[in-house]
Design a protein around this ligand. Structure first.
Ligand SMILES: Cc1cc2nc3c(=O)[nH]c(=O)nc-3n(C[C@H](O)[C@H](O)[C@H](O)COP(=O)(O)OP(=O)(O)OC[C@H]3O[C@@H](n4cnc5c(N)ncnc54)[C@H](O)[C@@H]3O)c2cc1C
Length: 292
């Protein structure tokens, strides 16, 4: 059973922003929510976990559906779908972490509808596109009643299913800086099946090297804390180091210490923590070898 709400299919971005803006006196029950692919939100409406007064469909906003991979980095509109990511050979070459996450994302029908903006905004700690985007140092562009602003994805989440968005703000773009020469990025999704399964542990890494040393490292973890997060202490251990096996092992243990997993029907907290160490070690080793 759905809760009662008005549905407005926005004609363009201005219309969407005007319809999402909170009206005076609309306190309490959430006023308006954006409806993109609906693969999360429709399920939440049916389960009465989401009870907006108004749904603003953004499915007609073709201006939010684009993907660009060039010397300026990787950029995409928020309505870019998981299938759009998969169909980009340029993305596969520049960002195997993100392309790899798209490959293990749900089944074909969901991939065709699910958007990058919706994956970020749903706030699930297990959202698969978020760790790779964090490892790629992504920024989120937000547009709303107070104008446009950019927020680092690593600073976007403030708690379980909570983020920095003000009422009426829409994610419009996601941008990652250019990938320097001598860099590599990878993602691994550990789940109970290879496809169409909720992530037990997700790890993404990105390494940049110069003169045989690690110049910068980013490690992002999914499904092991209330929010997807960067393992900053582990990253700091790698910066400036030669990545031999002991250095990688120390960083992997540090990444595991950054996790605060829970027991649930898919895995115990202890298993999740151990798998963070194992996957981080494997991915760092493979990424370092890929840089050569
Ligand atoms: C069978 C099934 C399998 C799935 N498998 C996976 C999986 O393998 N990996 C995974 O990560 N997820 C999975 N999901 C969850 C879901 O598909 C993704 O999170 C998807 O990316 C959500 O995008 P959407 O466009 O459908 O968002 P919607 O459902 O339309 O919206 C989700 C939330 O984001 C908000 N929102 C959407 N777009 C914007 C925007 N531009 N700005 C601000 N807020 C916005 C909505 O208001 C809502 O709160 C699965 C879902 C199903 C039903």
């Amino acid at each position: 059973m759905h809760s009662d709400f008005d549905l407005h299919l926005a004609a363009d971005l201005d219309d969407a922003l005007a319809s999402l803006a909170p009206a005076a006196g609309e306190a309490g029950r959430p006023a308006a929510m954006a409806l993109a692919g609906g693969t999360n939100l429709i399920v939440d409406l049916r389960g009465r976990r989401a009870r907006p007064r108004r749904l603003v469909g953004i499915g007609r906003l073709e201006g939010l559906r684009w993907l660009r991979v060039d010397a300026g980095g990787i950029a995409m509109g928020a309505r870019t779908t998981v299938t759009d990511l998969l169909e980009s050979p340029a993305l596969a070459a520049a960002a195997p972490a993100l392309h790899g996450a798209a490959r293990v994302f749900a089944g074909q029908m969901v991939r065709n509808a699910a958007t990058v903006g919706g994956n970020i905004a749903c706030g699930s700690p297990a959202a698969d596109l978020v760790p790779p985007l964090m490892a790629l140092d992504a920024e989120v562009v937000l547009e709303g009643p107070a104008g446009t602003r950019r927020v680092a994805l690593a600073d976007f989440y403030t708690g379980y299913k909570a983020d920095v968005r003000a009422a009426g703000e829409l994610i419009t773009e996601i941008r990652c800086p250019p990938r320097p020469a001598g860099s590599a990025n990878l993602f691994y999704k550990l789940a109970r099946r290879q496809g169409d399964a909720i992530t037990v542990v997700g790890v993404a890494v990105a390494l940049e090297a110069a003169a045989g040393r690690c110049r910068a490292a980013r490690i992002a973890l999914g499904a092991v804390a209330p929010v997807p997060l960067r393992a900053r202490a582990a990253e700091a251990l790698l910066a400036g180091a030669t990545l031999d096996a002991p250095a990688i092992a120390r960083a992997a243990e540090s990444a595991a210490a950054a996790a605060s997993p829970i027991d649930d029907i898919r895995a115990t907290a202890g298993y999740r923590r151990e798998m963070v160490a194992v996957l981080t070690r494997r991915l760092l080793t493979r990424a370092w070898q890929a840089i050569g």
